[in-house]
Write a protein that binds this ligand. Structure first.
Ligand SMILES: *[C@@H]1O[C@H](CO)[C@@H](O)[C@H](O)[C@H]1NC(C)=O
Ligand SMILES: *[C@@H]1O[C@H](CO)[C@@H](O)[C@H](O)[C@H]1NC(C)=O
Ligand SMILES: *[C@@H]1O[C@H](CO)[C@@H](O)[C@H](O)[C@H]1NC(C)=O
Ligand SMILES: *[C@@H]1O[C@H](CO)[C@@H](O)[C@H](O)[C@H]1NC(C)=O
Ligand SMILES: *[C@@H]1O[C@H](CO)[C@@H](O)[C@H](O)[C@H]1NC(C)=O
Ligand SMILES: *[C@@H]1O[C@H](CO)[C@@H](O)[C@H](O)[C@H]1NC(C)=O
Ligand SMILES: *[C@@H]1O[C@H](CO)[C@@H](O)[C@H](O)[C@H]1NC(C)=O
Ligand SMILES: *[C@@H]1O[C@H](CO)[C@@H](O)[C@H](O)[C@H]1NC(C)=O
Length: 443
């Protein structure tokens, strides 16, 4: 026994064992490149930019996280353009990045996912949450926040809770006038933060923010309100009585600490007008995404993973062309890093981060928010586990899930037109009156 021990020690001299297993010391590179792709001026991008930089600084200032290796963050501005986003991501693939945080939009993510698959570079996205991205077709695309699938489930359950009929989901901007003339009074607005406010100002103009109407906005609205708060009161007028969702992150010491640092990190920035950028839940998820990646890179290096790249034979055939696509390399350790990412189990500012076998983060949940006056009021929660509740979801995880309609609860809401009475959700159709208006001579 003793002799074998000594032999192994000798064989491992200089960090390299005879059996080919390399130890930590020799495989730890001084730094690892990671990319981030965001639209700096967008509602989500300006928050994420601060949060990503803070996370990289925090990881790098704590040698215990990566055993002395530092993250080198290369950030690119996609300028809110799907086209530039695609070009910028291709450029990352030439700089030997082991993973890319982003892209910010689902449109770019669809295109880039094909490239990421080919070059084996994981994409970790805290903001592209389109359910179709979570398919098996894109194994290198990893959603590090909440899949919109759950947001849609939450809205369907809210509609059912108030006893409204489900209406077909139409393209809202095009159909506002049509809706005003139809029997439906329930409108769900799922769009980008940059367009959403316009929908509401048109609706206000058309008198569709009054009594009888129900407006439900996906989390673009809560994000808009958090990032740009306080908004002027005439802008807030457009959102009175609207319900919106916000990704739920449980209260914790880590989260409180991060929130208290935020004003320092954003002093001198501008969100809306002279106000500094407000912290949205995307900021929390962006911050945790870098930590999750750092944990995965550490596990990767611990297991002897190498940061090395090789040419792609399919692209090599393109050499000589002006785009120099042949400069894009395959990350040899990509498959292993992807596995390590999906195995992470950590606690961050957003709570516990761990992936389900289906690739979604565990315990998806949202807060249900009612916009009232100059602020917002939380009227409850939705969780994948037990549906709508007045108490935070983690209080329910210890008992068996109860989806019976009698166990579904929300605090009362104040609806458009400042009424507490739950709107009926429909009116008698105005069709024949419309007909009369359009064909006066036919009567
Ligand atoms: C590398 O170091 C970590 C602790 O930092 C240890 O748990 C792990 O077993 C080591 N891996 C190898 C291959 O020596
Ligand atoms: C992105 O936007 C910034 C500021 O608006 C501008 O200076 C820059 O040229 C733009 N980049 C590209 C590639 O269009
Ligand atoms: C704010 O940031 C500065 C520099 O980054 C630091 O010296 C200072 O202690 C911070 N203040 C607080 C209250 O965290
Ligand atoms: C890393 O590289 C070394 C030497 O090139 C090799 O022996 C080892 O198998 C590689 N590790 C992995 C996980 O590919
Ligand atoms: C690259 O070009 C060579 C010669 O034209 C061809 O034999 C090879 O199959 C091509 N490789 C790929 C991956 O298309
Ligand atoms: C993940 O972490 C949590 C909290 O630290 C722990 O309770 C749980 O057992 C861990 N799960 C796995 C599969 O390691
Ligand atoms: C959501 O709930 C469904 C049905 O209970 C379950 O199959 C799925 O795994 C859950 N998703 C997550 C991310 O927990
Ligand atoms: C579910 O909740 C309802 C109302 O709170 C209760 O009456 C019912 O017994 C519960 N069902 C289970 C299986 O716990």
């Amino acid at each position: 026994m003793k002799i074998i021990w000594i032999l192994v020690l000798v064989a491992c001299f200089n960090g390299v064992c005879l059996n080919g297993v390399t130890t930590n010391e020799t495989t730890r590179p001084p730094f690892v490149n990671i990319g981030a792709l965001l639209a700096y001026d967008s509602t989500i991008g300006k928050v994420a930019k601060v949060a990503l930089q803070a996370a990289v600084d925090d990881v790098n200032s704590d040698p215990s996280v990566l055993g002395g290796t530092k993250l080198r963050l290369l950030m690119q501005n996609s300028n809110n353009s799907g086209f530039l986003g695609i070009i910028e991501s291709l450029k990352f693939m030439e700089t030997d990045t082991v993973a890319i945080v982003g892209p910010q939009s689902s449109v770019t993510a669809h295109v880039i996912s094909f490239v990421a698959n080919e070059l084996q570079v994981p994409l970790l996205s805290y903001s592209s949450t389109d359910p179709t991205l979570a398919s098996l077709q894109f194994p290198y695309f990893i959603m590090t926040s909440r899949n919109d699938l759950y947001q849609m489930a939450a809205i369907a359950e809210i509609v059912e809770y108030y006893g409204w009929r489900e209406q077909p989901g139409d393209d809202i901007t095009d159909l506002l006038v049509k809706v005003a003339l139809s029997e439906s009074r329930i409108l769900v607005v799922h769009t980008f933060s940059s367009w959403g406010p316009d929908v509401f100002s048109v609706a206000q103009h058309l008198g569709m923010m009054g009594p009888g109407y129900v407006w439900i906005a996906t989390n673009w609205l809560s994000t808009h309100l958090e990032t740009n708060s306080p908004l002027p009161s005439d802008t807030m007028d457009d959102f009175q009585g609207v319900l919106t969702l916000r990704m739920y992150t449980p209260d914790s010491e880590l989260k409180r600490k991060f929130i208290s640092r935020w004003s320092n990190m954003t002093s001198g920035t501008t969100g809306y007008g002279p106000n500094p950028i407000g912290l949205s839940t995307y900021g929390l998820y962006a911050y945790d995404t870098v930590w999750l990646l750092a944990r995965a890179i550490n596990a990767f290096l611990d297991q002897g993973g190498n940061i090395s790249f090789s040419g792609n034979s399919r692209l090599a055939n393109l050499s000589g062309e002006r785009l120099h696509l042949d400069a894009m390399n395959i990350f040899n350790g990509g498959k292993m890093l992807r596995e390590k990412i999906l195995q992470v189990n950590m606690t961050g500012v957003t709570g516990q981060l761990k992936f389900n076998p289906d690739g979604n983060l565990i315990n998806p949940a949202y807060e249900v928010i009612n916009v009232i006056g100059s602020g917002i009021r939380k009227i409850g929660y939705w969780s994948n586990y037990s549906g709508l509740s007045e108490v935070p979801p983690e209080k329910l995880y210890s008992s068996p899930p109860n989806r019976s309609s009698s166990s579904q609860k929300l605090y009362s809401a104040i609806w458009p037109g400042q009424t507490v009475q739950t709107p009926r959700g429909w009116v008698f159709p105005k069709q024949w009156k419309t007909f009369e208006n359009w064909c006066p001579e036919s009567g």
